[in-house]
Design a protein around this ligand. Sequence first.
Ligand SMILES: C[S@@+](CC[C@H](N)C(=O)[O-])C[C@H]1O[C@@H](n2cnc3c(N)ncnc32)[C@H](O)[C@@H]1O
Length: 446
Amino acid sequence: MKPTGAGADRGADDLNKPKTPPGLTLRLLAAERLASVLKGANFAPFSVAEIADGRDRALANRLVTVALRRHGQLSAIIARYLERGIPKKSGPFEAQLRLSLAHLVFLPELGDHSAIFLAVEAAKRDTRSQHLGKLMNAVLRRAQGEAHQLRQLPPELLFPEALQSAWIAAYGEAALEGFAEALLEGAPLDLTLRDDDPALLEALRAAPVLADTVRIDARDRPVDALPGFAEGRWWVQDAAAAIPARLLGLAPGARVLDLCAAPGGKTAQLIKAGYEVTALDSDAERMARMATNLARLGQQAELVVADVLSYAPTAPFDGILLDAPCSATGTFRRHPEVIWHRDAADIAGRAALQKRFIERSLAWLKPGGTLVYCVCSLEPEEGEAQAAWLADRPDVTADPVRPLDLVGLESAVTPAGYVRTYPGMRVPGENDGTLDGFFVARFRRG
Ligand SMILES: C[S@@+](CC[C@H](N)C(=O)[O-])C[C@H]1O[C@@H](n2cnc3c(N)ncnc32)[C@H](O)[C@@H]1O
């Protein structure tokens, strides 16, 4: 395999450096990406600009993704083989080790002929880990020999203990098994359609999921090369993420504020529903992406870059969709790293901020106006508890969601009239796929 893309020629102009064995550049790039996630960054898959060759890009993304999905199990394996843990100040050693363990233990279909050699070579390329080649070799050889046994590690290791206990309390033991399956399965590609067209579905090889959401189970091309992308016929949006905007239920022409809107999946839905939309987000870069997305879709909205905590609208709105920043634990199929980056204090901090956002947005609604609050979180503090707090306020009336409002996924409507989806939840139908975790609640002012 010949690695290509950014960094592929690293060192090629320096004749004193050892020749780069095939596959090594890809490993170095993958380890760099994994190391940044281990330090707290969000995982961003490699783009075409970063690794041009499709097969190399797919392999690099697969290695990092599997290392992140199996993070808890890999930690247990490392603890078993390295009594004193990862050596201090060893630079890329940990990321290389995790990638290679993920390869040897959890990706047997890739074959393991060069995995150990590349890991040792990679260790040698960095001054901080060059003395650890032997250790890398020894650990990986043991793992290779015991791979079958290591594959039987219990699924409980897939999630941090604290989150796991909270999820069992909220959703039950059986649901947790579904979470584990969903984590390992990953997420399909869901699209929201701008307009109905059976020919487009056929060209996309997509099947309907819920309302105007369709699903592509296997794809061989980057998103922007799929049929209808350039013509703005659809946008990428998980089936669960598309639920909140549909629940606003106002008449076309209603003035709607989309709060925390970028990159604009829900804004596009609100425009499609015929509302006059103001979309607000504090992140200028993400709002620039939204402007590009809306231009592609041929849609228009008023775009505002502002902080919810300092914004002041000139006139009140008929409806507000508040997609509050949250722990995002419901997105672990796509972002397995989020579950390892969160703790109780972090979740409590986010829940406190969400309350401030809710209070401000209520003041911007006309009397009788609708607030839809949603989070892509599995944590009851950010979902159910916020709704209970809101329902208790004297200036707010609950507007329960009815099963009829969610045809095809009635089971997600709770007895209190909220919507709760979670990663193991399956949408009945042709493709029987799973969903991101979302919480949605609807209220009226007054
Ligand atoms: C869950 S994401 C929004 C996803 C978006 N609604 C969509 O459907 O594409 C949360 C957003 O909240 C924004 N955000 C965070 N803090 C904010 C603040 N204080 N004021 C405005 N927006 C904020 C972030 O920039 C981020 O884009």
